[in-house]
Write a protein that binds this ligand. Structure first.
Ligand SMILES: Cc1cc2nc3c(=O)[nH]c(=O)nc-3n(C[C@H](O)[C@H](O)[C@H](O)COP(=O)(O)OP(=O)(O)OC[C@H]3O[C@@H](n4cnc5c(N)ncnc54)[C@H](O)[C@@H]3O)c2cc1C
Length: 467
């Protein structure tokens, strides 16, 4: 019996349920990857992220070859074509079963429903798995039977319903029989999406596992404090790998427990906090599944849909270029433009600055992040933006607006992060670096808004909306 495993954001051997089940049930297995370039474009996926996917896919291709599993690349252009492309391939190659791990954003869910229907109609088996979360979206309910929209009770329920076997990893499959199918050549595609940012990120499953184990051992205990300081190397930087599925969230939790006497909820404060961040990721996956409106450009809090956002393109361009005149904001944006990644503290600061101080639609910022992040992820990005704009689940209350200058003084007190990303301010004395009094003398710019006044305007706009 011949099967395919359709790979998407699950580019790994270890703890890959679809791959494991396909291998367990079939004599021959082919891995399939569909190139959907027009869909990537319409989703605004960053070039560095696509390059990162393809390079990791190529690394996985080598590992799969050792298991006698060829990796076949097919062109589908957009999701709409996926059912036809897959069923045609299945017919041509006499495939009996298709295995896949599910994704939760609305377009991906709709694509998978259509693929499921078409393949079933052709008499081929389809087997789906949840590899991105521990508890399936929709399976955790409040006492009143509703879906959670607040993180803390979600997390409590998550632990309450956790069973040991839910953390069992799917092992790397055993070698299969050889197939006649040849692996596709990925090099032209990788060249097409070549991007210098990607070369700063290590490629491949084994390397990443080693890096995370090292992080947990050497920095896990201090994570709770150090994670707040953008100038420190205090967080794991695994988001691109988790989102492309180079490692699974489950593997991360198991590794965290190994470094904390087998516990996830109690013990080492740093590691327990790191676990809680992985659970934020899972929370936002449940949110996009349970409340599909958030993947349709809608705010979670309906009343905020009436907000009249500013359409000041000049301010938006300044924000996008890292030229707002607020150093910590500009440093965050420039970090992302240079590396494809931004520290969580500065993600919150720049998002609040855009949506509150500039009162610009959070969706503009959400899209710009997706266009540039190597870890751009629909669920976490939407969750983070709606949190910052006070339109989302468990969001920051509209009157609690981070002051970027105070944040800068507190979390980058010596200006190390600012100096790294804004070379113009390299020689600015520390006492001035958070808001230089004479920015022109450093070839830097004046602040585009007054922080106090713009904060008051934002509060007023939200109060008007409430009334
Ligand atoms: C406006 C905004 C946009 C964001 N966009 C994205 C995005 O597109 N992709 C993305 O992966 N994360 C996003 N985040 C969440 C967070 O900033 C990143 O996950 C984190 O900075 C990644 O760095 P790390 O791997 O070192 O995280 P660590 O601090 O080491 O945490 C480990 C993992 O936990 C998860 N995690 C941590 N914080 C959060 C969080 N607040 N929300 C959800 N998951 C979290 C991530 O998977 C992360 O890799 C966004 C946050 C904000 C405020």
């Amino acid at each position: 019996m011949k099967s395919i495993v359709w790979l998407r954001n699950d580019l790994r051997l270890l703890d890959n349920p679809a791959l494991w089940h396909a291998c367990n049930a079939s004599e021959e297995v082919v891995a399939l990857y569909l190139i959907t370039e027009d869909q990537w474009k319409s989703h605004g996926d960053a070039i560095c992220k696509i390059n990162f996917w393809l390079k990791n896919l190529s690394s996985l291709q080598n590992s799969l070859a050792e298991l006698n599993i060829p990796l076949k690349i097919l062109e589908a252009e957009v999701y709409k074509n996926c059912p036809e492309v897959i069923s045609k391939y299945c017919k041509e190659k006499n495939i009996s079963n298709v295995y896949l791990n599910l994704e939760y954003p609305i377009n991906e869910l709709n694509r998978d429903r259509e693929v499921y229907k078409t393949i079933k109609e052709n008499g081929i088996g389809v087997h789906t798995y949840h590899d991105q979360v521990i508890h399936e979206p929709g399976s955790l309910k409040t006492g009143a039977g509703n879906n959670f929209s607040v993180y803390s009770p979600f997390k409590r329920k998550w632990f309450e319903l956790l069973k040991d076997e839910m953390l069992d990893l799917f092992p790397i499959p055993k070698q299969k029989n050889k197939t006649d199918e040849k692996s596709s050549d990925l090099s032209a595609l990788i060249d097409k999406y070549d991007n210098p940012i990607c070369s700063n990120w290590e490629i491949g499953e084994i390397k990443v596992q080693q890096n995370i184990s090292k992080f947990l051992k050497s920095k896990g205990s201090s994570y709770k404090d150090d994670r707040n300081f953008p100038g420190m190397d205090g967080c794991s930087k695994i988001s691109p790998y988790l989102n492309a599925g180079i490692i699974s969230a489950k593997w991360c939790l198991v590794e965290a427990a190994k470094n904390n006497n087998g516990d996830l909820a109690e013990g080492d404060k740093g590691i327990v906090h790191w676990v809680s961040e992985i659970l934020w990721r899972e929370f936002y996956r449940h949110i996009i599944y349970n409340f599909p409106k958030v993947s349709k450009n809608k705010p979670f809090l309906d009343y905020t849909d009436k907000m009249v956002w500013s359409d000041n393109r000049v301010f938006f361009e300044a924000w996008k270029k890292g030229r707002t005149g607020i150093p910590i904001v500009d440093a965050g944006i420039r970090e992302m433009l240079s590396t494809g990644w931004m520290h969580n503290r500065t993600r919150m600061i720049v998002a609040m600055f855009l949506s509150k101080n500039l009162l610009i639609d959070w969706r503009w910022g959400e899209e710009f992040f997706m266009n540039n992040l190597i870890d751009g992820d629909i669920a976490s990005n939407n969750g983070g933006w709606q949190w910052s704009a006070s339109t989302g689940t468990d969001a920051a209350p509209y009157f609690r607006i981070m002051n970027p200058m105070t944040q800068s003084e507190r979390f980058d007190s010596e200006g190390k992060y600012i100096r790294t990303w804004i070379p113009e301010l390299k020689n600015c004395p520390t006492k001035d670096i958070h808001l230089p009094p004479n920015p022109e003398s450093y070839d830097y710019v004046d602040p585009i808004v007054d922080l106090k006044e713009s904060r008051q305007n934002a509060i007023k706009a939200f109060e008007n909306l409430k009334n």
